[in-house]
Design a protein around this ligand. Sequence first.
Ligand code: 1CP
Length: 344
Amino acid sequence: MTSQKTILRALARETLPTPPIWMMRQAGRYLPEYKATRAQAGDFLSLCYSPDLAAEVTLQPIRRYGFDAAILFADILLLPQALGADLWFVTGEGPRLSTITTADELAALKPAADVNDHLSPIYETIKILSKELPSETTLIGFAGSPWTVATYMIAGQGTPDQAPAHALKDENRAVFDGLIDVITEGTIVYLSTQIEAGAEVIKLFDSWAGSLHGDDFQRYSIEPMRKITAALKAAYPHVPIIAFPRGAGDKYTDLHAAIGADCIAFDDGVSADWVAKNVQTGGCVQGNLASSHMVTGGNALVAETRKIVDALSGGPHIFNLGHGITPDADPANVQLMIDTVRGG
Ligand code: 1CP
């Protein structure tokens, strides 16, 4: 039976007259209603772990804009916390974690099989959303990819070049590989349970894939995503997977097959024309308007949006930004992007 949900149709490789649309970080600080609910929760992690409030902020951009997909409100850093890392957010700066750089610290992590002890509120959020989302809206669950999650667990914070993770990889390969493995296994448990709770599509965020070069890209970006995808497909063959190796550049070619993913999401470092020729031949693609247009708006936003829609109109495409929307974005520009995609 063909689904009526446009996102699922595109993921099943259907070329649609109008691409379905959603937006990374669509629930976020550019929306006044998000800021109000976040204030009610007190802090970011309390928001993530309060199923009613997390469901509320997930629904806000759906109510305001009617996006074709909702993405679960959570964070890629909840899994490290479930593995036993300390996690906190410093206002105005970002996440901080206790670090894993030695064999003893790695051994002290909880077993991957036990992550659900900590993550049950996230599954509650998904169950609420499954009931409350409009029937045409697809619910996307997600996790960080092992490399990206490892960069935060090793450095204890976000880093511009992921230098601490590269250093551990070069200096203590056994600990680095062990960490990648435990994250991979924990992610399979986490995403399987998201699917059981009602997630209809899974997205893997490899936000820092762009700093992996040569054999490392294959070994630490592609291979863990392939393993996770294979495990999920074995148990849930009907659930489509979107992989986002951000910053992969010319390595975006042939990734549907290499990962086993239904869709490859791409950032604005590559052109939609190039993606049509080199990536969309393998299946559905998702992207890639530069998120700066959500700040600046105007004719440039309209022209660039049309260019992307036109370039990818010959195959399956889900319209999205190249990366998450930023807090300084103007909500009116989001509406202008949607009107341009849907109205031509
Ligand atoms: O103050 C706030 O309200 C916190 C801002 C914020 C938000 C809105 C953070 C902290 N996380 C989130 C939600 C979030 N994070 C979602 C929810 C769904 C949606 O998209 O609407 C998702 C999918 C993520 C994923 C995420 N978290 C990624 C991968 C995607 C990406 O942006 O590259 C990463 C790298 C993170 C880590 C993280 N969490 C938050 C911040 C500020 C960061 C980046 C930290 C850094 O590198 O310095």
